[in-house]
Every structure is written in structure tokens, then in C-alpha cells.
Design a protein around this ligand. Structure first.
Ligand code: SF4
Length: 205
């Protein structure tokens, strides 16, 4: 194959930028080969064996993905999902359902932020919001969170003093949660307060 390719290219008279005859090897066609073979139905693991790759990721790395394929795959995904979901789900919600949906957002407000749990799901963390990863802390409640943190530190000291060691561990988890929420607030306010100066014209030298 290599000899045939070199002969065919030489017959065209094509040269590289230095004027030397072009040399092309079968290896240069690996992307075209893998893409064409898989698009025409060859299973990727067979293409892998033909190419002599140890890892199928190498083979798939050579497979070009065309925009039309992406669109086709997405359409197929939507069709599969629709086929597996009952058609009753695709209907106009009743007034009660719509009101319940809007109320969902009202009911997610808690003293130190907003609960991010999904619509119509119960709280599985016993409303221990300060420890909960689903809580999005409100920067306006920073003082309250600092107060909670100070209170937790004092309660840990008290529990140690009184020998309530069973309580210390739980309080430490809450303290770590409060500190995490405060760090989130610090990060969000740091992002929000980036000072960009007003652009000015550069003075001519
Ligand atoms: S504990 Fe978590 S899930 Fe429960 S109300 Fe608080 S933030 Fe929401």
C-alpha cells in the first residue's frame, strides 16, 4: 500500500513547500478510515482491533464527530426519553399545580439563605440548614451566620467542659457547615466587588 501511494502521489507531480515530492503513508489515513468505518456500521471495538490499538479511547479519538451526528444523537435521545415517559406528563398543569409550583420558591426561603432542594421533595436533612450542601447562603445574613459560628464555638467549649463528648462531634459538624457557608459568602462578595477602573485615552508622548 505504501509503495502504491508513493507511486500515485509521484504521478500527480505534487510537492511539499520545499519542492520535494510528497510522501504519504497508510498511517496518514487513520482518521478517515476509523471515521468512515464506524459511520458505516463497523463496531468501534472491531475498528480498534483492525487498527491495533490497545485502548478503544485511542480509536475513538480518531473518529470525527460531525455536527449532523450530534443533532441526530440528540434527536434520538429526545425520542427515547419521550417513549419512556407517560404522555400524561406532557399536559398543561392545573391551576392548583401551577400555584403549588410558584409557592415552591416562596417556601424555600430560610433564615440564612435559600434551600435548593428539588420541587416537591421533602427535606431529608431534618432542616439542619447550616450543615446542608443544598443551602445557598444569603450574603445579607452574614452577621447571623457569624453569630451562629460564635455560638457553636462556645457550645463546643461548654460541651467539652461538662464532659458531653457525644455532643461535641455533632457541634463540630455544624461549625464546619457554618464556616463553609461563610466562606461561600466571602467568595461571592469578593467576585461581586471587582473594581474596574474607567477606561481613559492614553496621552500622546
Ligand atoms: S436542611 Fe437542606 S434540604 Fe432541608 S430545608 Fe435546609 S437547606 Fe433545604
Amino acid at each position: 500500500m505504501r509503495t502504491l501511494l508513493i507511486g500515485a502521489i509521484a504521478a500527480t507531480g505534487l510537492t511539499d513547500s520545499a519542492g520535494a515530492p510528497l510522501t504519504i503513508s497508510p498511517h496518514d489515513f487513520r482518521r478517515i478510515f476509523v471515521t468512515d468505518a464506524i459511520m458505516n456500521g463497523l463496531p468501534p471495538h472491531i475498528a480498534q482491533v483492525i487498527c491495533g490499538h490497545k485502548n478503544i479511547d485511542t480509536t475513538m479519538g480518531y473518529k470525527a464527530v460531525y455536527p449532523a451526528e450530534t443533532i441526530e444523537a440528540h434527536r434520538a435521545f429526545i425520542a427515547r426519553r419521550r417513549a419512556t415517559r407517560p404522555s400524561e406528563e406532557y399536559r398543561t398543569p392545573t391551576e392548583e399545580e401551577w400555584d403549588a409550583f410558584l409557592a415552591h420558591f416562596e417556601k424555600r426561603k430560610v433564615s440564612i439563605g435559600t434551600c435548593g432542594r428539588a420541587f416537591s421533595t421533602p427535606c431529608v436533612h431534618e432542616h439542619a440548614c447550616v450543615r446542608c450542601a443544598l443551602l445557598r447562603p444569603d450574603p445579607a445574613q452574614r452577621d447571623r451566620l457569624e453569630e451562629i459560628r460564635e455560638n457553636l464555638i462556645a457550645r463546643i467549649a461548654e460541651a467539652k467542659r461538662e464532659g458531653w463528648l457525644g455532643e461535641v462531634e455533632g457541634l463540630r459538624v455544624s461549625l464546619a457547615g457554618a464556616e463553609d457557608k461563610l466562606a461561600q459568602i466571602m467568595r461571592s462578595t469578593a467576585r461581586a466587588s471587582v473594581d474596574l477602573p474607567v477606561p481613559r485615552f492614553r496621552e500622546e508622548p
